[in-house]
Design a protein around this ligand. Structure first.
Ligand code: ZN
Length: 135
């Protein structure tokens, strides 16, 4: 894995969270994007080399809605940049990590993503992400 690509934070209301994080970080989100497959609205902040992703559920069955119902708002996942997501998935799977997808799926911010179950990582949901090259 190369570096922490972003930290994902689950929020109840992304509009008000955007305002607060814009004030906190001193920079506005550079993009907002709905990910239909995940039933989330996301926004991304670039803070120096690092990114923060805010996530609001767009449906009560969204993983974000379930997370907030259980734990409240807060840090939801840590995402790591990888060069080759399929080989990284194979590597982790062979080491006994439980992956939440069998194949990489399209995530926000032009990425292929796969999640590692928090049970496999001391309670932290880990996201692998590989940038999709622009064609
Ligand atoms: Zn993420």
């Amino acid at each position: 894995m190369n570096f922490v690509e972003h930290i994902g934070i689950a929020v109840n209301n992304i509009e008000s969270a955007n305002e607060l994080y814009t004030a906190l970080l001193g920079v506005a989100p550079y993009k907002m994007e709905t990910v239909e497959s995940e039933r989330v609205m996301t926004s991304f902040f670039q803070v120096g080399k690092n990114k923060i992703e805010l996530l609001e559920a767009t449906h009560e069955n969204s993983a974000i809605a379930k997370f907030i119902a259980k734990k409240g708002e807060g840090i939801h996942h840590i995402a790591f940049d990888v060069n080759d997501i399929e080989s990284e998935m194979t590597r982790l799977s062979n080491l006994g990590f439980q992956l939440l997808q069998e194949k990489p799926k399209r995530g926000a911010d032009n990425k292929l993503v796969c999640f590692v179950h928090p049970k496999s990582a001391h309670g932290v949901l880990i996201e692998l992400c590989q940038s999709i090259k622009d064609e």
